[in-house]
Write a protein that binds this ligand. Structure first.
Ligand SMILES: Cc1ncc(COP(=O)(O)O)c(C=O)c1O
Length: 381
């Protein structure tokens, strides 16, 4: 499959968004341009489009062994997380807090706050894995639903979903998970989770379609009213094009998962060995992680200049911090793991994917070495 990236870009930010599989998206676009009809209409043309959406829902059933009526399509990962939390509120109108990992995407904490839940965070350490004993203690003291994402968007650490699932079952509680960074990157046992979310743009299907799996069929769950789309759960004309892209791209990704991960694992080892030699610290190096993600502390202070220097050569990586009012803010995950604010502000994330080549990795490492040496010599003065 051809890369949509031009030669002047070396893209290492797959966890932010995956470059689109252009050929698949073009075939879906051709079908949309020819058959643009509103999927909720009554003509046979509309019904055909509704059929395409239902075929994707059926495909998700085959993939996950879930129940067709519990899948809701929405537009973004953030929205899908909001839907998940709203469904929790509908199930438990009186509940005031849930047990949550300290590694969630900010949209999950924001959704919890919006629906009036306080987040009781599970302890962790530099392994980037939640402490199972601490989780059990929380469940024992006050049994509540648990939310723990599958793989960290920053660290790439894979959480012990099987153990969490066993514990939540033991205490009769629901286990929800944001699968955004795990979907189509590793084999997932969907049956471990009572509810989950994932999104099309994280796998190369373009923006515009995300999925929430609700914990049960609940006729009272309705995020928007005014239409009966999505089994009455989310009114509004569905994005037929984006949903079809999600369907086709995920099939393609899963068919190529094994060979892709073999390649990405070898890149990860190349990247981490070289960067450690340059004095970088790899976060959660010995934990089970996604093969595409490396999160590291640079051995220099001039992180912004480092990033600019990378971009000058068309090399795009990401920081571990977020930008708020121009000042960078340390990643909360890293602070929870026990890193200092100073260390957290020196973090960058390198994430690879289907289109990454060995030549790109070599150029990334060459440029990183040049810049680290340059800033080290300046900072030593
Ligand atoms: C783990 C995780 N959850 C949720 C989101 C939010 O997705 P979106 O930007 O599509 O709203 C992201 C995006 O970075 C993510 O990595």
């Amino acid at each position: 499959m051809k890369s949509p990236l031009t030669n002047d870009i070396k893209y290492f930010d797959y966890n932010a968004t995956h470059p689109p599989f252009a050929e698949i998206l073009e075939s879906c676009l051709a079908s949309y341009l020819k058959e643009f009809y509103n999927p909720s209409g009554i003509t046979r043309y509309s019904l055909k489009n509704q059929g395409k959406i239902e075929l994707t829902r059926k495909y998700l059933v085959t993939l996950t062994n879930g129940n067709e009526k519990q899948f809701v399509f929405s537009a973004t990962g953030t929205e899908s997380n909001y839907l998940l939390v709203q469904s929790l509120r509908v199930l438990f109108p009186q509940l005031d807090s849930v047990i949550v990992s300290p590694f969630e995407h900010s949209s999950m904490y924001a959704a919890l706050e919006s629906y009036g839940f306080s987040a009781d965070l599970i302890e962790t350490d530099k392994s980037g894995i939640v402490h199972i004993q601490n989780l059990e203690q929380k469940l024992k003291e006050n049994p509540r639903p648990v939310i723990c994402l599958y793989a960290g968007n920053e660290t790439g650490v894979i959480q012990p979903a099987e153990e969490i699932s066993k514990l939540t079952k033991h205490y009769g509680q629901l286990f929800y998970s944001d699968l955004m960074q795990g979907f189509c990157k590793v084999d997932l046992s969907f049956s471990l989770f009572d509810g989950y979310t994932f999104s099309g743009h994280k796998i190369g299907a373009g923006m515009g379609a995300a999925v929430t799996y609700l914990p049960n069929i609940n006729p009272n769950f309705r995020v928007f009213g005014g239409g009966n789309q999505e089994n009455d759960h989310r009114a509004g004309t569905e994005n037929t094009f984006a949903i079809e892209c999600l369907n086709k791209v995920s099939k393609f990704q899963l068919e190529h998962l094994e060979e892709k991960n073999k390649k990405l694992l070898s890149f990860q080892s190349m990247i981490e060995t070289s960067l450690e030699e340059m004095g970088c610290i790899i976060i959660a190096k010995n934990s089970k992680r996604l093969p595409n993600t490396t999160f590291l502390i640079l051995p220099i202070q001039a992180v912004d200049f480092f990033l600019l220097g990378m971009e000058e050569k068309g090399i795009l990586v990401s920081t571990g911090s977020s930008c708020k009012s121009r000042a960078r803010e340390a990643s909360k995950s890293l602070l929870h793991m026990g890193y200092t604010e100073e260390e957290a502000l020196r973090c960058i994330r390198i994430s690879t994917g289907y289109f990454t080549t060995k030549e790109e990795v070599e150029q990334l490492l060459l440029r990183a070495k040049e810049l680290i040496q340059k800033f080290q010599s300046i900072e030593e003065i």
